[in-house]
Design a protein. Structure first.
Length: 85
């Protein structure tokens, strides 16, 4: 019977700490796509409202971005930092 020699006198090798970040989960990808889609929709709406009333359009743009992207981004960053512990 042929046996292969293990490094470190039969002890398993240490895990590779330079492997890079963990793979992105499908849930993170979906949340990121939702944020991008909401931002595109906000700017599309802003472009349509800009010719009617520029001041109100700008105010609505920042309100929509904050309200619509805040919760998904908070979840995304919170979930990411919880996984880091």
């Amino acid at each position: 019977m042929h046996s292969e020699a293990l490094p470190n006198d039969g002890q398993p090798s240490a895990p590779d700490t330079h492997a890079g970040p963990p793979p992105t989960s499908p849930t993170h990808k979906i949340a990121a796509l939702v944020v991008v889609a909401v931002l595109v929709a906000c700017f599309w709406s802003y472009a349509n409202e800009l010719s009617v009333n520029p001041v109100d359009a700008g105010n609505r743009l920042f309100y929509r971005i904050g309200v619509l992207t805040g919760p998904p981004l908070a979840w995304l960053f919170g979930h990411h930092f919880r996984r880091q512990r």
